[in-house]
Design a binder for this molecule. Structure first.
Ligand SMILES: C[S@@+](CC[C@H](N)C(=O)[O-])C[C@H]1O[C@@H](n2cnc3c(N)ncnc32)[C@H](O)[C@@H]1O
Length: 248
């Protein structure tokens, strides 16, 4: 199913995330042993090195990365969008239950990453976590993030990264293709969803290729950092113009 393209892929992904939305947070905690929270915190920290201003989290799911952005001093307002109303509803519940940032304020909206409902140059930074893999057109999604970021602003992406060679790659593949579908079956009662997940990683861009897509979208000073034993990457790039950034 990871081989689907275009509208069929978007429909498949929407159906999948609707099915697993209730177990999404627990599955993330179990699969990553809670490390996804730290990775999201690091992504928010990197994104908000841009000059201060409004922050955007695209395909926010249950909102974790958006809530991390809202805690950063550089984000004076945080907006988060997801394609699925059910995910936005879960993020709203979470926001209501916790103090999720400065005044607990994150504006949560239904919206498509491939056609963001914002004018150009609206945000100081834009993030997307674990979602580009699921998009029918990852280039278009990065292009949209670059469009809505102001000159001098930053785009930061957190994503699983394919590993093909070496011992770590073999161990990771055994875990991801062997154990994760079993855990998904046990917790989310959805083996198919958690079989799609490793397949979508295999089909995704290598870290250098994704860095190239950021550059093709007009971003500069593109860089990436591997986390989670090399299984995860944070990519970032800056929109030309504005006052510049601290050196990484
Ligand atoms: C794996 S979840 C990631 C959620 C969250 N960013 C995180 O890191 O936990 C992928 C999310 O992407 C959303 N999504 C998929 N296609 C989308 C699109 N075209 N526009 C906006 N959101 C989309 C799904 O609804 C889902 O919530």
């Amino acid at each position: 199913m990871a081989s689907l393209t275009g509208a069929a892929r978007q429909r498949y992904v929407a159906d999948l995330f609707s099915r697993i939305s209730g177990h999404y947070d627990l599955m993330n905690d179990v699969m990553t042993l809670g490390m996804h929270r730290r990775w999201k915190g690091r992504t928010a920290a990197l994104a908000t090195q841009a000059p201060p201003g409004p922050a955007l989290d695209v395909s926010t799911g249950t909102g974790d990365l958006a809530f991390q952005l809202a805690r950063r001093p550089g984000a004076d307002r945080t907006v988060a969008v997801d394609l699925l109303p059910v995910m936005i509803a879960r993020a709203r519940n979470k926001a209501a239950q916790r103090n999720t940032g400065k005044n607990g304020q994150v504006s949560l909206l239904v919206g498509d990453a491939l056609s963001l409902p914002f004018p150009a140059a609206t945000f100081a930074c834009a993030t997307a976590g674990f979602s580009l893999r699921n998009m029918p057109d990852a280039r278009q999604a990065v292009g949209e993030m670059a469009r809505v970021v102001r000159p001098g602003g930053r785009v930061a992406l957190l994503e699983l990264s394919p590993m093909t060679t070496g011992l770590k790659a073999r161990l990771f593949r055994a875990y991801f293709h062997g154990l994760v579908p079993l855990i998904g079956n046990l917790i989310a009662r959805d083996r198919a969803a958690y079989t799609y997940l490793p397949q979508s990683v295999d089909r995704f861009y290598q870290a250098d290729e994704l860095a190239g897509i950021l550059r093709e979208s007009g971003l500069q000073q593109v860089n990436y950092r591997r986390l989670g034993f090399g299984t995860v990457c944070i990519h970032w790039g800056d929109k030309p113009g504005g006052g510049g950034h601290p050196v990484e």
